[in-house]
Design a protein around this ligand. Structure first.
Ligand SMILES: C[S@@+](CC[C@H](N)C(=O)[O-])C[C@H]1O[C@@H](n2cnc3c(N)ncnc32)[C@H](O)[C@@H]1O
Length: 251
């Protein structure tokens, strides 16, 4: 693929040979798509932290998640995939500012130094950690037992992103999402970056997107939804996201 951006001529030449306006929507969409994909290779999303904890997210995705949390005000966020705890701390800090809400984080391995840092963190009162495979029935039962009747629940899946695992997580956790709340399936970007450096050979099919598509076809109470955008005066800017097709909402 050959794409040329010519800032002097103010044109871009796309892979199909078309020359377009550098300042038009199509040129920006093309550049954004390339930026996300090259950023994956360069580990751009591994360069941020939140309140002292590494968070493995694109800042754009963090802002979109914040918009969803503030718009829907869940009582509980369940997240699979804790890693260093930055995402849990991020949601917990939003809840702290909102004066309400807590976070349940599930990970197959919570390393001692990460657990110690999360448990010593100023946001710790809003965070519960559960160590275990996210689709292990014992783990799922522990999570379910932590949600009180009547609580509004949002779920974020960010553990193992293989298609089968995501499908199993959807089966286990989607029923916990309450009406009006989101289910965010992360890292559909694997589909977009397949074949590039720092990817797996099977990523073109073994990624979250087909799991989401099959889930949506079988579960009409959920629909694909963009994250809420309470403010958007842009000129139809593209999503710079690692979670294409990942936002679902329960009717
Ligand atoms: C991408 S990281 C999570 C990043 C974190 N949510 C953030 O935004 O900073 C993925 C995590 O999933 C965990 N994981 C992998 N397979 C898992 C499984 N089967 N069950 C639960 N956690 C799993 C890994 O141990 C790893 O910590």
């Amino acid at each position: 693929m050959k794409i040329t951006f010519d800032t002097e001529a103010r044109t871009a030449t796309l892979a199909d040979g078309r020359e377009i306006d550098l300042f038009g929507k199509e040129a920006f969409d093309t550049l954004a798509d390339l930026w996300v994909r090259l950023g994956w290779v360069r580990k751009y999303s591994y360069a941020f932290s939140w309140m002292g904890r590494p968070i493995i997210q694109l800042p754009d995705d963090m802002v979109r998640i914040q918009e969803a949390i503030f718009a829907t005000r869940p009582d509980v966020i369940i997240e699979t995939g804790v890693a260093h705890g930055g995402s849990l701390v991020f949601y917990a800090s939003l809840f702290e500012m909102m004066g309400h809400g807590r976070v349940i984080g599930v990970d197959i391995e919570i390393r001692p130094h990460n657990r110690a840092a999360i448990e010593a963190h100023p946001m710790k009162q809003r965070i519960t950690l559960i160590e275990g495979g996210s689709t292990d029935p014992l783990t799922v039962e522990k999570v379910r037992a932590l949600v009180r009747p009547g609580e509004r629940v949002m779920v974020i899946l960010d553990s193992n992103h293989a298609k089968g695992h995501v499908a199993d997580e959807l089966a286990a956790y989607a029923p916990m999402v309450t009406p009006g709340c989101h289910l965010l399936v992360q890292d559909g970007v694997m589909d977009l970056v397949a074949g590039m450096p720092r990817t797996g050979e099977d990523w073109s099919w073994n990624n979250p997107r087909p799991a989401v598509a099959e889930f949506l076809a079988a579960n009409p109470e959920f629909r694909a939804a963009k994250s809420p955008r309470p403010f958007d005066e842009s000129q139809e800017v593209p999503d710079c996201s690692h979670h294409p097709d990942g936002w679902l909402i329960r009717a």
